[in-house]
Design a protein around this ligand. Structure first.
Ligand code: ACO
Length: 401
């Protein structure tokens, strides 16, 4: 029999690191997270400052290029986004192939993947200009792509981008605009949406970004790589968590039921967890959750809406943060704890929450894709620790086929 251990020792040192918790798979100059301090920097700039003073398109430029744009660079970037924000009419026929009740993320995985067929032959990924154009195309097209997956599910006609509107307002008008009527965006809501995009734009080597990089390491088409990222983001442990938070808050139903929910979350025999609490990296406040909570309050007050789920969420946070169980384990609200409440206040249906996240994260994915193209470490190839049977032979008594 083959001795598996000696086989591994012949291949040199092999680190066994399930889930890559302690393995840096790459160097990157894009985003820095200090989980102990609750710090998130894009190209060195704190997320709080960008959320307050920048906008999503500028942040996308920053992530892609490493520096904030000059006014001329910004104008050129806006122009490029305006030139590339339409979907080819043939792409729209892909939507018709889906059932009307298909989840928008399923539709987006398919349609973004299909774009690789539209822009494959015209692109040479060894050419920096072609690479940059592919990245801009993805950022530009994502609002129409995501909005069309929603309007299709509602049986409404697709709306086209309006280049007089900013990026976030344009997405809103394609989502919520009434056919043949001019859409007048609400500036407070549009700004809050833009801030959601900024906060979700990148988060270093998370599952979906690592998926994009792994796919890209083989030289795959960038649209196909981003489709892989969307697939990874869809999971409830990643981008699907804000949907899970709203479901949990709805189930809790009233402030009086919070102690029961906390007790269940602490019970190791109960699989229930406080959704939107805890983070693999942040062992302190997720800096994005504070910004989102502020925006949720602002938008609800502006729209004159009251959401009982916000009251439950705030009280739940207060109680959990005074509880030894959560203090000891350093469990704080993460970005998803309040983002669902904010998106709901803006009128987004629950099944679009992760699609909004995907739209924003595209800025990060393409930036990592661009960064990877400048490296030369070749195709990524994680190893494994084989624990299956050792060498054995096909039973002689089995009749040959
Ligand atoms: N509720 C109750 N207990 C929790 C929670 C929670 N939300 N999160 C972690 N714990 C407990 C665990 O049971 C464990 O307890 P133990 O030490 O007594 O066994 C301890 O805290 C550590 O938990 P881990 O699962 O090891 O922590 P990890 O860092 O691996 O998990 C994760 C992070 C997956 C986010 C987890 O906190 C969780 O499931 N949270 C809820 C889901 C969620 O909000 N996901 C969104 C993440 S953010 C994003 O993707 C954008």
């Amino acid at each position: 029999a083959v001795d598996i251990q000696s086989l591994y020792s012949r291949h040199g040192l092999l680190a066994y690191d399930p889930g890559f918790r302690s393995t840096a798979s790459t160097k990157s100059a894009i985003t820095f997270v200090d989980g102990d301090k609750g710090m998130l920097l894009y190209r060195g700039y704190p997320i709080e400052e960008l959320a307050e003073r920048s906008d999503f398109v500028e942040v996308a430029y920053l992530l892609m290029n490493g520096e904030l744009p000059t006014p001329a660079q910004r104008a050129e970037f806006d122009l490029l986004i305006g030139q590339h924000n339409l979907l080819h009419e043939q792409v729209l026929s892909f939507y018709r192939g889906f059932r009307r009740d298909a989840h928008p993320m399923a539709v987006m995985v398919g349609v973004v993947g299909a774009l690789s067929a539209f822009y494959h032959d015209v692109m040479d990924i060894r050419n920096p200009e072609d690479r940059s154009r592919a990245a801009v195309r993805l950022i530009a097209k994502m609002p129409m792509l995501a909005a069309a997956s929603y309007t299709y599910s509602m049986g409404r006609p697709v709306r086209y981008p309006n280049n007089r509107l900013d990026y976030a307002s344009n997405f809103q008008q394609m989502m919520f605009g009434i056919p043949s009527e001019e859409y007048v965006p609400d500036p407070v809501v549009a700004r809050a949406l833009d801030i959601i995009f900024i906060l979700h734009a990148d988060h270093e080597q998370n599952a979906s970004t690592s998926t994009v990089r792994l796919a890209a390491s083989s030289g795959a088409n960038p649209f196909a790589c981003i489709a892989a990222g969307i697939a990874s983001l869809w999971g409830p442990a990643h981008g699907g968590a804000n949907e899970a938070v709203l479901k949990m808050l709805t189930d809790i139903g009233s402030v009086d039921n919070i102690p029961k929910a906390i007790a269940r979350a602490k019970d190791k025999n109960d699989p229930f967890r406080l959704m939107g609490f805890g983070h693999r990296i942040y062992k302190n406040f997720d800096p994005r959750s504070r910004v989102i909570q502020g925006q949720a309050r602002k938008v609800l007050a502006h729209l004159g809406k009251k959401d009982p789920l916000l009251e439950i969420a705030v009280r739940l946070e207060e109680i959990a943060l005074q509880d030894e169980y959560f203090i000891e384990r350093k469990l704080y609200p993460n970005v998803d704890f309040y983002s669902g409440i904010l998106l709901r206040a803006m009128g987004f249906p629950m099944n679009m929450f992760t699609a909004v996240f995907a739209l924003a994260r595209t800025a990060g994915w393409v930036s990592h894709w661009l960064e990877l193209q400048q490296e030369s470490h070749g195709i990524d190839r994680p190893r494994q620790l084989y624990v299956g049977p050792t060498l054995r032979h096909y039973p002689a008594e089995r009749a040959p086929r």
